[in-house]
Design a protein around this ligand. Structure first.
Ligand SMILES: [Zn+2]
Length: 184
């Protein structure tokens, strides 16, 4: 098992559209385990393969997004080659975060409910309905597989503000890493 590096905006790879998964082999299983480990290490509720530099239509969502805090110990949900079957007309605006924009939160408007068709880790098809945070997490991660990130959903001003904060956080991160390197 390994914790993978999560690519930060504006890494070019985050803008690539991912290709469908075609082989359900050991390499895919290893990737899923590593992504689950990475999501746990980063305390995220969702992670798309695009974010760890793999161009495959694979995403993970933490079960708490669907079932609340009681589901903390349940296995991570795996969605391969996900398709949106339907979205509710009703929309909800809520604060959203992203492991590719650590510490940045912006209000994003998304459908309140969504129905997804996908394959599981064994390649078996299934459908699931997400509501509230579940819908938001699924739609956010599906966006990643299409090369779309959360700041694409907000107004010019909100985007500017979010990117300014992101640059500040990234600069502090780089400075901290440099201090650590000079100590070593
Ligand atoms: Zn994200």
């Amino acid at each position: 098992m390994a914790v993978l590096e999560v690519l930060k905006y504006p890494n070019e790879f985050l803008r690539r559209a991912a290709a469908p998964v075609t082989s359900f082999d050991d390499a895919l299983r290893t990737l899923i385990v590593d992504m689950a480990e990475t999501m746990a290490a980063e305390d995220g509720i969702g992670l798309a393969a695009t974010q760890v530099g793999v161009g495959l239509q694979l995403l993970l969502v933490h079960p708490v997004a669907f079932l609340g805090d009681d589901a903390r110990d349940e296995p991570t949900r795996v969605f391969i080659n996900p398709e949106i079957v339907s979205e509710s007309a009703e929309k909800i605006t809520a604060e959203e975060g992203c492991l590719s924009f650590p510490e940045v939160f912006i209000p994003v408007t998304r459908p309140a409910r969504v129905r997804i068709r996908a394959l599981d880790a064994q390649g078996q098809p299934f459908e699931v309905e997400g509501e509230g945070l579940g819908a938001r997490a699924l739609l956010h991660e599906i966006d990643h597989l299409r090369g779309v990130v959360m700041v694409d959903h907000v107004s010019f001003l909100q985007r500017q503000r979010a990117l300014k904060k992101h640059e500040k956080v990234q600069a502090a991160e780089t400075a901290a890493r440099r201090r650590q390197a000079s100590r070593a």
